[in-house]
Write a protein that binds this ligand. Sequence first.
Ligand SMILES: [Mg+2]
Ligand SMILES: [Zn+2]
Length: 188
Amino acid sequence: MARRAVFLDRDGTLVEEAGYLDRLERLVFFPYSVDAVRLLNRADLAVVIVTNQAGIARGIFKETFVAEAHRHIRERLAAGGARIDAFYYCPHHPEAAIEAYRQSCDCRKPQPGLLKRAAADLGLDLSQSFVVGDRWHDLEAGHRVGARGVLVRTGYGKTEEATPQPRLVPSAIVNNVMEAVSWILRES
Ligand SMILES: [Mg+2]
Ligand SMILES: [Zn+2]
């Protein structure tokens, strides 16, 4: 049977929004992030990070740095008994400085390519899954594959909340990822 998942945006949702996060010192967890992921693990929901990393396309940092940042996140979570099942990122941008990454891809949110790739790799049921993010484009990616969306007010979330998207009604708007997890565990 296909597994349900919670797709978490990274910057502004799991960790603080830092503009282009290009140094590990700028990777700051919210105080409740580890607990939130551990609660999802206990509920046997797959936890998948999906993140746009156009800083790669813009030449601000390399893919090796993204790998290092994700290793750091894994270690930090593991120390608190929590685990991410998989990380997916989009390195592209249509106007990238670096030609190799210059494309209108199908994986840059709001495109749902990363969610579809995760579903194929991990055997996920997208229609029974959730997306948690601080930007409308996070929820749009989920909407396109039939997943429910939760907007958090951390990161850009408050600004996004102030500009509602008529076609994109979130299932919930909450203060942060811990509240999002509480909501999801009540719903699922
Ligand atoms: Mg974000
Ligand atoms: Zn992409």
